[in-house]
Design a protein. Structure first.
Lengths: 392, 192
């Protein structure tokens, strides 16, 4: 086989219509399977497992060993896009007669690219504000992080944030800002904590060994819970973290977002805090909730309007203004969109959804292009058809 | 047939895609942020008014306040007539903290009561509306370590957290404190 044969086989494969059909068939199976699984996993779980993945993984029953079982959405979508682009490049001959089809396919490519950009770059966070409260960070809907904070500076906290996924992996972390190595001795993706003193006999059997010997940990019993995929519930992980300094281990801490306050300890003449919390993303600005409103239709309890009046102050002092966020009127600021998400006016807090999606315009552009392409293509056919009929 | 002959490129392509996917990994971040207010100390001054992170309450005079700590935002010992005591704990967890039904079943488990399906356990909840909050209230009687025991429990959703007020102790003592506990719930307000 010569190099040109290999090249021809390569090109032949990627421009083949059979590949298109095979990929479309695979995507139908993927969508069908994912729809069935949605009952167990919920929308978010299905998106992550089936569509925003290269390979759909399943575990060997009774073990944690992952097995690839089916191509994922990125794999099928990626190949479809390569197939589409390759066949256009290979067979491309611009004629007015085919211009509609080409425009439609171009729109389709933009749609696929848009989904890829959304899947890879979209950030979806929330910001919960009590009335009068100011925050300069948003919080993840699902992810957590282990934070170790050096509090020695009088004005600032130096934070080292280790994502939950690395805690789960369990590899030791050595960071230049930490005078100790961080080692992990166990991780539970979802758990319940109970003060051991309050534990009933019937619950003792559900607890697992707790190796913590520092902070509040030794007084706590840990009950593992199954991972939840429901959209209105959140997993609350627990992990055991051992810190090892130059002179040996400092001890093992139990960390969990269920422990609301981080635990303090002293090392190398500094006060440190350690804790696991909902993952934060800090912003170069702060929002203050000035007023929240929950209007109802007169004489009923049917909601008419939810709105949050906020003050925006940027760190560099260039912006200091008020904005009103309500349904269908989000605040757009520095590439982020703040939507009114939840509200509890009785308890005085409002939750904003904070979304960054650099690809948000692409589906609209794609739809316009595809609509235009189809109109042109059908228009050309219609004109040709009516012209032929008139001649006949 | 081109499709059959081109298996090698297919494997190559799959490999490349897998490699690309493998590069996406979370990393450790280090950053500096202005100091946040230190975690609110949860123990309050001696007396009957206590403040958690953002709730305040007024306890009956005969309840003995204990230093809060660990997960507790507030803690009281409620004395009985014969030296017996009941324990009132006030704990706040983020969000729905696993959901109402699971938490009520957790309390039921502490009294050796059977776990009920969500709909059934939620149907047994009494709903109280105080001037400040909507409160889910339960009264469970059962056994703990063979001793007749009762839990008066209240759950308040406030400030993005679920606040659990649990009075647990000998059945007769806790049953006698029911009115005091309900009156205490009426005093719970958002802390200034």
């Amino acid at each position: 086989m010569t190099w040109s044969d290999i090249y021809r086989a390569f090109v032949g494969f990627f421009v083949s219509l059979r590949l298109t059909v095979a990929l479309l068939a695979l995507s139908i199976i993927l969508v069908f399977w994912a729809t069935l699984e949605q009952a167990q996993l919920g929308v978010w779980g299905v998106q992550e497992k089936f569509f925003r993945s290269l390979i759909v993984l399943s575990t060997v029953p009774g073990t944690q060993i992952p097995l690839p079982v089916f191509p994922g959405g990125y794999f099928i979508g990626g190949l479809l896009m390569i197939n589409l682009i390759a066949s256009h490049v290979h067979r491309f001959k611009f004629t007015w007669k085919k211009s509609g089809i080409q425009l439609t396919h171009f729109g389709l490519i933009i749609l696929l690219v848009g989904e890829l950009i959304t899947g890879l770059l979209q950030e979806d966070y929330s910001m919960r504000l009590g009335e009068g409260e100011t925050k300069n960070y948003s919080e993840s809907f699902r992810r957590h992080e282990l934070v170790i904070v050096d509090t020695s500076d009088p004005d600032y906290d130096n934070v080292v944030a280790i994502p939950e996924s690395l805690v789960k992996d369990g590899d030791p972390v050595q960071h230049p800002q930490l005078p100790f190595r961080v080692q992990f001795h166990g991780y539970l993706p979802n758990s319940d904590l109970q003060l051991t003193a309050n534990l009933a006999d019937s619950q003792t059997a559900q607890t697992i060994p707790n190796p913590a010997d520092q902070g509040v940990g030794p007084r706590i019993s840990v009950i593992p819970l199954p991972v939840t995929y429901r959209d209105n519930e959140r997993n609350l992980p627990t992990a055991w973290v051992e810190l090892v300094g130059a002179d040996g281990p400092l001890g093992t801490w139990l960390v969990s977002p269920l422990l609301l306050a981080p635990q303090e300890f002293e090392y190398a003449g500094k006060i440190w805090r350690i804790g696991m919390r909902i993952e934060r993303e800090y912003k170069p600005f702060a929002l203050t909730l000035l007023e929240l409103r929950h209007d109802v239709y007169a004489g009923s309890s049917i909601p008419k309007n939810f709105s949050s009046r906020v003050r925006i102050e940027t760190n560099d002092g260039t912006e200091n203004r008020e904005a009103l966020i309500y349904m269908n009127n989000p605040l757009r600021l520095q590439g982020l969109t703040f939507y009114q998400y939840q509200m509890d006016s009785a308890n005085g807090f409002s939750v904003l959804q904070v979304v960054r999606n650099p690809g948000r315009a692409l589906p609209y552009i794609a739809c316009v292009l595809m609509g235009l392409g189809l109109t042109i293509q059908f228009g050309i056919h219609l004109v040709g058809f009516t012209t032929r009929r008139r001649k006949a | 047939m081109p499709f059959m002959r081109s298996r090698n490129p297919f494997i190559l392509c799959a490999g490349l895609l897998l490699l690309g996917g493998g590069c996406q990994r979370d990393v450790v971040h280090a950053y500096r942020v202005p100091k946040e207010a230190a975690p609110t100390p949860t123990a309050s001054t001696a007396g009957t008014t206590a403040t958690g992170a953002n709730l305040a309450w007024q306890a009956p005079a005969h309840w003995q306040e204990q230093p809060a700590g660990g997960m507790r935002q507030g803690s009281f010992t409620v004395p009985g007539t014969d030296g017996a005591t009941a324990d009132l704990s006030i704990i706040a967890f983020p969000g729905a903290a696993g959901g109402l039904a699971d938490n009520l079943n957790r309390w039921r488990g502490q009294l050796a009561l059977p776990t009920l399906p969500a709909a059934e356990v939620e149907a047994g909840v009494r709903h109280l509306d105080t001037p400040a909050f909507h409160i889910d209230f339960v009264d469970y009687a059962g056994n703990a370590d063979g001793v007749p025991t009762r839990i008066l429990g209240a759950i308040i959703d406030h400030g993005g957290r679920s606040w659990f007020f649990k009075l647990m102790g000998p059945d007769a003592l806790v049953a006698g404190e029911r009115e005091a506990f309900l009156a205490f719930l009426q005093t719970v307000t958002a802390a200034p």
